[in-house]
Design a protein around this ligand. Structure first.
Ligand SMILES: [Zn+2]
Length: 313
């Protein structure tokens, strides 16, 4: 739906961008080797190949965040091959904890053990590519609650060479991805196409919203960090996602380059239980409201399809 707010926001951004590709965005993909309801190694390997080929074709650098607990779900060796493919394609890898559990449930000590347990394979693969393990992404974007839990985790990460990878664009791709896998499994081509179209439409709308949010806090576009997942949906959508970034004047940069934007030096004092992204955290630090009136949730049919599929598998 095109609203008056959208029109105002669009003309504002068009007027504001002298260079059509001046904006920066770093893509991050969580839950490697893959987020899928289909437990099939060939499917997982193939979707990663397709995704990586697409990223390379569009010159989009990316960082993949690994759950080493998933390596044992399928063929251990071939799962490691998938991680290696990311590094061979010139992408980076980070730690997303071993078992993808919440710090708020585990508490600081068990959560730190889970981070350490998620290191060895990724660390060894990075070393073989002359790189070091530097990035950590919190599962569910939950950074630890209450405050002492967060403080202990932050302290441990900082003294063990990690930097937290924030998220400043999140279009709930995971919620579309499971119904998409399910449509593929049921060979329902109509539904598959419908989900993909709705996903892309929602992603572009949310990209606009996050840019508006950044302008509210910083009066400018920041170098964005987008949260995505290693899914068949994104593998099939990568050409369309690249086109969305182009239309919005954004070009892909590595995560460390995006993090050079001074916006990422804004303190994050949020220690509540919710997994919220960083613009919302900073809105609290800076005492400025985000444009919630124009925020939209994923379509209702996607939300109900997700609940149904998630219960079935
Ligand atoms: Zn995750």
């Amino acid at each position: 739906m095109i609203t008056a707010t959208t029109v105002v926001a669009l003309s504002f951004f068009l007027a504001g961008s002298a260079d059509a590709r001046s904006g920066k965005i770093a893509l991050t993909f969580d839950d490697l080797p893959a987020l899928t309801i289909l437990k099939d190694q060939s499917y997982v390997t193939w979707l990663n190949q397709r995704l990586l080929q697409g990223l390379k074709r569009h010159h989009l650098p990316a960082t993949g965040f690994v759950n080493e607990g998933k390596l044992n779900d399928l063929d251990h060796t071939r799962q490691i091959d998938v991680l290696n493919m990311w590094l061979d394609a010139g992408m980076n890898l980070g730690n997303h904890s071993f078992s993808h559990k919440s710090p708020n449930i585990l508490g600081a000590n068990a959560y730190i053990r889970d981070i350490k347990k998620g290191e060895p394979v990724t660390k060894a693969l990075l070393a073989r590519h002359h790189r070091t393990l530097r990035w950590f992404r919190h599962p569910y974007l939950e950074t630890g609650s209450p405050e002492p839990v967060k403080r202990q985790i932050n302290g441990w990460l900082a003294t063990h060479g990690y930097r937290i990878a924030p998220v400043t664009i999140d279009a709930n791709d995971w919620e579309f991805a499971e119904p998409y896998d399910d449509a593929i499994a049921r060979r329902d081509e109509t539904q598959r196409r419908l989900i993909k179209a709705e996903y892309l439409q929602y992603t572009e709308k949310m990209l606009g919203w996050y840019r508006q949010a950044a302008h509210t806090l910083f009066n400018r576009d920041i170098a964005y960090i987008m949260l995505l997942h290693a899914t068949r949906l994104n593998a099939d959508s990568i050409d369309d996602l690249a086109a969305i970034l182009r239309r919005n004047g954004l070009h892909g940069v590595p995560l460390d380059k995006a993090m050079k934007d001074p916006a990422y030096r804004t303190p994050d004092h949020y220690a509540g239980p919710d997994g919220i992204e960083w613009l919302e955290r900073w809105s609290q630090t800076l005492h400025k409201d985000l444009p919630w009136a124009s925020f939209s949730d994923p379509p209702a049919n996607i939300q109900s399809a997700y609940r149904r599929v998630d219960n079935d598998y």
